[in-house]
Write a protein that binds this ligand. Structure first.
Ligand code: SAM
Length: 187
């Protein structure tokens, strides 16, 4: 069986098109609602000659519940999900306790979950909900910031993720993207 990489909210498909060309022996599935973004991904993949990219246009939580088989995903990506920075909109954020439960079901034991966000407070929320679930191990463990110690527990920027226009704009605006990498526990 070929390893399966799934990206939720692939945007313009930059990260996936890039990685799929680098690793032609893996299968890639993009989950996105935005039609022009999916078109971009498929055009980029065709231009690269990639045969290993698929896309589904659907709401991610429904794909996790009804489309993906349990324990079928080797690697899950969630890069720069919409931050919904107003407090009254936080409940719209993708990475919630329910979403973590869904990812835990579809990802293979031992599989990898990579996340990135340029919104520090959402990065902290991600850590809190994922680590509260108990089925994921932070591969770069460390405590969150306290008065006497700086932030720890973030992953180094993953070299497999190409710099997207979205991330570049965040960096230009002075925001520091945070990476997180988890392993689905086998027990
Ligand atoms: C801020 S963009 C980031 C895109 C891309 N990952 C990047 O780094 O450039 C977030 C993307 O998630 C998609 N998205 C938001 N909610 C979604 C959902 N429930 N299901 C599928 N895609 C969703 C949006 O359409 C948008 O393209």
């Amino acid at each position: 069986n070929v390893p399966l990489v799934v990206e939720i909210g692939s945007g313009l498909g930059e990260a996936m098109a890039h990685r799929a060309a680098e690793v032609p022996e893996h299968d890639f599935l993009a989950v996105e609602v935005y039609t022009p973004g999916l078109a971009d991904l498929l055009m980029k993949s065709a231009a690269n000659g990639s045969q290993n990219v698929r896309a589904v246009q659907a709401n991610a939580p429904e794909v996790l519940d009804h489309f993906l088989e349990p324990a079928s995903v080797d690697e899950m990506w969630v890069f720069f999900p919409d931050p919904w920075h107003k407090k009254k909109h936080h409940k719209r954020r993708l990475v919630s306790a329910h979403f973590v439960d869904q990812v835990a079901s579809v990802i293979k034991p031992g599989g990898t979950w990579r996340l990135a966000t340029d919104w520090q407070e959402y990065a902290i929320q991600m850590r809190q909900v994922i680590e509260a679930d108990g089925r994921f191990e932070n591969l770069n463990p460390g405590p969150l910031a306290t008065d006497s110690a700086p932030d720890q527990g973030w992953a180094p920027r993953w070299e497999g993720r190409t710099l997207t226009s979205f991330e570049r704009k965040a960096r230009e605006a002075g925001r520091i993207p945070r990476d997180l990498t988890y392993r689905r526990r086998t027990d």
